[in-house]
Design a protein around this ligand. Structure first.
Ligand code: SAH
Length: 227
């Protein structure tokens, strides 16, 4: 007998999603060059379908970015994995994330670090993300609504900073809040042309490593693009 859609056994549904997640990681993440086994495992674990709007849950494990409302997008799985791999997390770090969006990347980060502080400028996205993070019983992620280009000075310095929106240049407050031996991953550039940058502090300045092309929504704020 065919089970009608929506009436499927929840455990079977969960197994099906886990299977799709494993395929997503193989085809769209590992096959494109992400190697860190901890990153791959975390992405096999986090239920990405719960983070996207329910009408497009079926597309959650595809290769693309998806709309999440408020003109924003959840990045494609490969980009999330690549940026997190570039952070070189060992599990003990305090991480600052700018651009909570759905909270998906924050939850992947929560599996790979000690504590995640995540800032989102849009209230409705932050609220939804915080609620889902609570439902998933993730206790090492804190979300706040603010302009993330200011960073989060109360909790600085951060061992790692990850920015999920593209800035015209590296926002100075984020450099100030990066630990001396820390690393920051941030897309730099305009809506049309962006590069993924890995930033480290060297003396009083910074050193930027180019990590390829990127395609992000704009980082809008005092030290980002103007509204
Ligand atoms: N990491 C998210 C996707 C982020 S999309 C996820 O996993 O779903 C980029 C997000 O950055 C958007 O939600 C956008 O509202 C937010 N954003 C843009 N400028 C910002 C700023 N100055 N401070 C905080 N969030 C910002």
């Amino acid at each position: 007998m065919v089970t009608p859609p929506g009436k499927r056994d929840p455990a079977a549904q969960e197994r099906e999603y886990a299977h799709q997640r494993a395929l997503m990681v193989d085809r769209h993440v590992a096959a494109r060059g992400v190697k860190d086994p901890r990153v791959l495992d975390a992405m096999r674990e986090v239920p990405r379908h719960l983070f996207v709007p329910s009408v497009i849950a079926a597309k959650a494990y595809g290769r693309g970015a998806l709309p999440i409302g408020s003109k924003q997008t959840i990045s494609q799985p490969y980009i999330v994995a690549r940026m997190i791999e570039l952070l070189d997390l060992s599990g003990n770090e305090k991480v600052l994330e700018i651009g909570t969006g759905t909270g998906y990347q924050a939850v992947v980060l929560s599996k790979l670090s000690a504590k995640v502080f995540s800032i989102e400028r849009l209230n409705e996205l932050a609220l939804r993300a915080a609620e889902l993070i609570r439902e998933l019983k993730i206790y090492n992620v804190t979300v706040k609504v603010f302009d993330g280009t200011y960073g989060w000075s109360d909790h600085a310095p951060f061992d790692r900073i990850i920015v999920a929106a593209a800035a015209p240049e590296v926002p100075e407050p984020l450099v100030q809040q990066l630990a001396r031996t820390g690393k920051m991953v941030i897309p730099i550039g305009s809506e049309k042309s962006q590069r993924l940058a890995r930033v480290i502090r060297v003396g009083t300045g910074i050193q930027i490593e180019d990590c390829g092309t990127a395609e992000f929504v704009p980082l809008v704020g005092r030290f980002g693009w103007k509204e």
